[in-house]
Unconditional design. Structure first.
Length: 325
């Protein structure tokens, strides 16, 4: 079994190293394509062949491209590729979902095989779970962090947009001012909106695409307000000021809620870390005292049961202190 695992580790590790090297040294897109990239509505770069230079391919070998295509087809049928695409767009990571999923699977296989060589089935499963879950957790955290940063900039955006509208500018000129005055992520997203609108796309459709990409409920309210105003008319600057004031009040209420629930969140962290820390300390001081948890059947039941109860307690405490505003 160990020999079989060792035979799997070599090719998987080689594929992983090849993918990382390919990302680091892949050719850049031509200058013309880089210039036109912000104005791409439907993905102008997709017209090139799959292996053409500058295509943003993570892998260049025909064999690896066929493997990536097979992984993409299987993942697309199960909806995994669509979820990964949404998270990558939300986190603004310039990686193709099929190639990212391929490298992820290679990393998981490599990590599982290396963990299997250790000979301990339990710790091998733990290591495999960590390797498999860590990239997804990091991706979700990056996507959520960008959405929060985008939402935090919305009041400033609306105030600046309302000021430009009261000065006599059109909404498109106001969005152009916002894209140049505010930093990313909202500046980058508004630059895409302005570029799409100048190419003839309806402004509300371009804003809806941004709302779908960043997954911000507050920005969806803004898009809805702009869409209604463009249909029925009215003072858009005054409407945006009201929306901005509402968002500022909600942000203040969120901060107050986090302050009031800080003790519960800290308690959840302590409850999560304390049993692990005490267990490691006892194991380091007197391993024979805690060894029945790993070798005795009843001890194993207590060990795994405590893990399940600990996870349930952490989830329950997080739900208690999670207040939606």
């Amino acid at each position: 079994m160990k020999l079989l695992i060792a035979l799997l580790v070599g090719p998987a590790a080689a594929l992983l190293v090849y993918g990382v090297v390919a990302v680091a040294f892949r050719p850049r897109a031509p200058r013309l394509e880089q210039t036109l990239a912000p104005y791409s509505v439907g993905g102008m770069g997709d017209a090139r062949p799959a292996g053409a230079p500058g295509g943003g391919e993570l892998v260049a070998s025909p064999v690896l491209r066929r493997a990536v295509a097979a992984v993409a087809e299987a993942a697309s049928r199960r909806g995994v590729l669509q979820v990964l695409q949404r998270l990558l767009d939300q986190a603004d990571l310039p990686v193709r979902p099929a190639e990212a999923l391929f490298v992820y699977l290679v990393a998981v296989v490599t990590g599982g095989a290396i963990a299997g060589l250790a000979g301990n089935a339990f710790w091998a499963l733990v290591a495999l779970g960590v390797v498999g879950a860590a990239p997804w957790v990091a991706l979700v955290a990056a996507a959520r962090r960008r959405t929060q940063s985008f939402t935090a900039q919305l009041p400033d955006m609306l105030q600046l947009l309302g000021t430009t509208l009261r000065s006599g500018f059109s909404i498109l000129q106001g969005l152009d001012t916002v894209s140049r005055q505010l930093k990313d992520p909202i500046g980058k997203e508004m630059r895409h909106v302005v570029a799409d609108a100048r190419l003839g796309r309806p402004l509300v459709d371009a804003l809806n695409e941004v709302a779908e990409r960043v997954r911000s409920d507050d920005f969806e309210w803004v898009v809805t307000a702009i869409g209604i105003q463009r249909e029925v008319g009215g003072n858009l600057a005054e409407l945006l000021d009201i929306v901005a004031e509402t968002m500022t009040s909600r942000a203040r209420l969120r901060r107050e809620a986090r302050t009031l629930t800080a003790e519960g969140r800290i308690g959840a962290i302590v409850i999560s870390v304390l049993p692990i820390a005490i267990g490691l300390f006892v194991y380091g001081v007197n391993p024979s005292y805690i060894s029945p948890l790993f070798h005795d059947p009843f001890g194993e039941i207590l060990f795994y049961g405590s893990i399940v109860l600990g996870v349930l307690g952490i989830v329950w405490l997080r739900k208690l202190v999670d207040i939606e505003v």
